[in-house]
Design a protein around this ligand. Sequence first.
Ligand SMILES: O=C(O)CCC(=O)C(=O)O
Ligand SMILES: [Fe+2]
Length: 320
Amino acid sequence: MTSSTNLPLIDMSGVREGDQASVRRAGDAIRKACSETGFFYIINHGVPQAVIDKAMSAAAEFFAYPTEIKRQVAVNKRHRGWHALGGATMYEATKPDHKEFFSIGLELTEDDPCVIAGEALRGPNQWPPFMPSLRDALTEYYAEIGKAGADLLRAVAVGLGIEESFFTDKYTKPLQRTQMVYYPPQPPQAEADQFGVAPHTDYGCITLLYQDNSGGLQVRELGSNRWIEATPIPGSLVVNVGDLLAHWSNDRFRSTLHRVINSSGHERYSIATFYDPTYSAIVDPCDLGIDPAQSLYSPVAAGDYILKRIDDSMAYRKKM
Ligand SMILES: O=C(O)CCC(=O)C(=O)O
Ligand SMILES: [Fe+2]
């Protein structure tokens, strides 16, 4: 089955329950999608629509606060909190992205061993005192989208021809980052190099995106180099492979360029989740059965790789 945009639509039903035929079917479809476009939609992903709706309403409410108020939860070194307009610049972009975002990660207390050891990006989230309901809405979403991420990776593993549980022990303390993103409308006369998000590939393993019905997400088709719209499909999530999974798979799975231009004339909201491994998980193509002589990438700790990519694109990290 293909969607109106030609990006594949993959049905995840039965995967959470561990139904082997379903995992195999999803795994085969994912292998095809990830070796061709690196982008696909999933349906029957198990994230309750009520949880999504609550998080999306919370996003609209949060970003509507004045800048001076939102500044109370300005992003900290752990990449938790609010990023003002202009705070992120993709690696080859000439202008910063025209977006705001609010980012959370795995909720760890200050006495957690990873936090005490000074592991980067770890610690408690920064919740806004002016909007107590955000915590509840996003915590619930974070947990549910994490389950969908774990389901996907079981199917990804089967698609890659490795043990279904391969990723499980690499995700005991995931570097899952979930961010609500707000794109102000872009005027039609905006310059051609102004994007909501400039062309980029994602840094980590796998991204799960919920987008509202505005449209504006575009994916660069491999081969033709055309930009194609990832048109919103109600109830679906858009999934894409990030650079770390591309490396892990020795480029059998493709990490594809994408960008956002919000020309809808109104606000656009999305919630992106970067479902990434435990900091110390080693990403090595040889662990997926690649012959060392054929491996394109040296082993790297997942966290070190992701941290470097965040350091490179976020202006706030250069000031701290
Ligand atoms: O908001 C979107 O549709 C995509 C966002 C995105 O690509 C990202 O944050 O990496
Ligand atoms: Fe992205």
